[in-house]
Ligand binder design. Sequence first.
Ligand code: FES
Ligand code: FES
Length: 152
Amino acid sequence: MKHEIKLFVNDIPYNITVNSQDTLLYALRDILHLTGTKKGCGEGECGACTVIMDGEAVRSCLILAVEADGKKIITIEGVSANGKLSRVQRAFVEAGAIQCGFCTPGFVMAIEAALRKKKTKKEELIKAVSGHLCRCTGYENIIKAIDKIVRG
Ligand code: FES
Ligand code: FES
């Protein structure tokens, strides 16, 4: 069954048609071509697909596009401003917390969501990314990036 839905993504309104079973991840990547959000497991296990929906970090592979109708979504494409990396993105680059980069948008969005909710302590940011999987970094440099974010 087809549904007309409206998504506000990175402050831009989109009217799109989706199937009942389409996920928000599919709508973002395959309909809106916002491919910064990654598909890892597709089952809610890895965090690669994390976006912010109405202020909460969510795994977009677990949300049906129809459930996101009318919601405000922020993706990795929406966190930099005027071509400048966000503070979180910069910290990841400076700490060398990116190798293949596949998991990075999910980590960044989870931390962005926490910071926007005024969670600024190291433990809070670590909790925000717990359950996010990275196959490359060994997590050490991701923790260093979090240290940089906490130091400001
Ligand atoms: S792709 Fe959504 S949690 Fe892995
Ligand atoms: S940097 Fe490769 S999966 Fe995390």
